[in-house]
Design a binder for this molecule. Structure first.
Ligand SMILES: Cc1cc2nc3c(=O)[nH]c(=O)nc-3n(C[C@H](O)[C@H](O)[C@H](O)COP(=O)(O)O)c2cc1C
Length: 236
């Protein structure tokens, strides 16, 4: 067995993941991703985790600054500390892996001043997070975007220097719950024409009824009850 030792942990080196395992297209992934807060104890293979990290580092970033850094947390006591720092959202520690997305702000401050430091640095990481959530979901994994945390406590736990700020914690695991889609504002409610506040009615028809996400989401919700039944049977 080919192995690698990293920080006293031994990792098995396996063949790389076959991209054919990704069965979902981008529309399905966007429409059916949910925030999942309950995970099975099944471990997440490192090669799968690699795909999720890769998706993060392929996100767009202002001036291609790529200020995101990803901290992988496996150790149960570290997971517990992070869950506690996240306003006692203790369910977070139950996920076998946490990925903490942190932002190196120095380069952005140097290139773009206050706007770089406060806005671009956050937006870049947010783009990476969304890529990662969609990829995790497309691979059959579950996650939840966590940004409710005590920044000081989390920074201390992760050993972050002053110019590096935590942006999000992503618990990664196999889902152990099925969650219905939350409601979404209609396109008419959230889209304006030419200036803020200028709505246009019938927008869905004008735009050729592009409600592909609502449709997929509705279709999937039809399977939710069946899925719940199957899960309950498996547990029994
Ligand atoms: C910036 C941000 C911060 C969030 N922080 C938390 C959090 O701390 N805890 C949590 O349980 N969910 C958190 N969420 C997840 C939202 O509650 C969730 O995305 C929303 O309810 C919509 O549900 P969905 O993700 O299933 O579509 C956060 C989401 C975002 C985008």
């Amino acid at each position: 067995m080919d192995v690698s030792e990293v920080h006293n942990e031994t990792f098995e080196i396996k063949d790389s993941v076959n991209p054919d395992m990704i069965k979902m297209n981008v529309f399905e992934a966007i429409a059916t991703r949910r925030s999942i807060r309950k995970y099975t104890s099944q471990d997440v293979p490192m090669e799968i985790l690699g795909l999720i990290i890769d998706a993060g580092r392929y996100a767009p970033s202002a001036g291609n600054t790529q200020n995101w850094r990803f901290i992988i947390i496996k150790d149960p006591s570290n997971r517990q500390k992070i869950a506690e720092a996240s306003m006692q959202q203790l369910w977070i520690a139950e996920a076998p892996i946490l990925i903490c997305v942190v932002s190196e702000t120095e380069k952005l401050k140097k290139f773009y001043g206050v706007r770089g430091e406060r806005l671009y640095s956050v937006q870049n990481c947010a783009a990476a997070v969304q890529n990662m959530l969609l990829t995790a979901h497309a691979l059959g994994l579950a996650s939840c975007w966590i940004s409710s945390f005590d920044e000081e406590v989390l920074s201390r736990t992760l050993g972050l220097p002053g110019e590096v700020r935590p942006q999000a914690v992503l618990p990664i695991g196999y889902p152990d719950e099925i969650v219905p889609a939350p409601s979404h504002y209609t396109m008419e409610n959230v889209t304006y024409f030419e200036a803020y506040g200028r709505r246009f009615t019938n927008i869905e028809r004008i735009m050729q009824n592009p409600l592909v996400f609502d449709k997929i989401s509705r279709m999937i919700s039809g399977f939710i009850e069946a899925g719940k039944d199957a899960m309950n049977k498996k547990k029994k």
